[in-house]
Design a protein around this ligand. Structure first.
Ligand code: DX5
Ligand code: ZN
Length: 233
């Protein structure tokens, strides 16, 4: 189980300290939301922030590109020290080339899908990816409520992974708090991005510990036994 605090909910006036705080609090990844003001109606930050954070923390840095033209950002983020880059399946024809580009840069490959997009659209790419990011809110802003209708997509992603003997991670992002994280774990998610759900708590350390405990105990079974057990939501 991976817990990935989203820096979007941290204090932007002291990002280095916040990254370090996440590491010391027991996070596994740091989730970095890149918004271009076009693919989503908001702007966040660019490769320079990753470059500054890279020497500060040993945390795995995952970059979630909510951008219309990620092709111009992949090399800069790779050079800045990103460990994984995730692009959106809504970019259509470009997706295949983008996934190959990320791989050719020596980085882990992620593919994200928005709530209104049918899950079948990701199926052709499953063998190319290390992580499938199922958005559980419409991207653009932190602090939005979880969209419960996304749960069957998590279940489908888990069934495909089992049936095709693949090993991509299933990540959820948006409105993830203690309750919704457990719901997602029951459906098959293993990687949990949370912004306000974690940074909004008084103790980040206790919040991460509690979320980890909840998703572990909510998990239907171990990954191995899922492979042999028919899973029903
Ligand atoms: C939403 C971003 C999320 C965001 C989640 O567009 O992709 O990563 O930081 O924030 P919360 O957990 O507050 O919904
Ligand atoms: Zn994100």
């Amino acid at each position: 189980m991976i817990i990935a605090p989203s820096l979007l909910a941290a204090n932007f006036g002291r990002l280095e300290k916040e990254a370090l705080r996440a590491e010391q609090a027991g996070a596994d990844y740091l989730h970095l939301d890149i918004m271009d003001g076009h693919f989503v109606p908001n702007i966040s930050f660019g490769p320079e922030v990753v470059r500054v954070l890279r020497p500060v923390t040993k945390l795995f840095l995952e970059v979630h590109l909510m951008c219309s033209r990620p092709e111009i950002l992949l090399a800069p983020f790779a050079q800045a020290g990103a460990d994984r880059m995730t692009v959106h399946v809504e970019l259509g024809e470009q997706v295949n080339a983008l996934l190959w580009k990320i791989k050719s840069l020596g980085k882990k490959v992620g593919l994200a899908i928005n709530p209104p997009t049918a899950i079948g659209v990701v199926q052709p790419f499953l063998e190319q990816i290390d992580l499938l990011l199922i958005m559980t809110v419409n991207p653009g802003f932190g602090g939005q409520p979880f969209i419960v209708e996304t749960l069957p997509k998590i279940q489908q992603a888990q069934v495909w992974r089992r049936d095709k003997s693949l090993d991509y991670r299933i990540e959820v992002d948006g409105g993830i708090n203690f309750a919704t994280a457990a719901e997602c774990a029951r459906a098959g998610a293993d990687t949990f991005v949370s912004g306000t759900g974690l940074f909004g708590q008084r103790s980040l350390k206790l919040a991460i510990k509690r979320m980890r405990k909840l998703v572990k105990s909510a998990r239907p079974a171990s990954r191995d036994s899922q492979l042999s057990t028919a899973y029903q939501l």
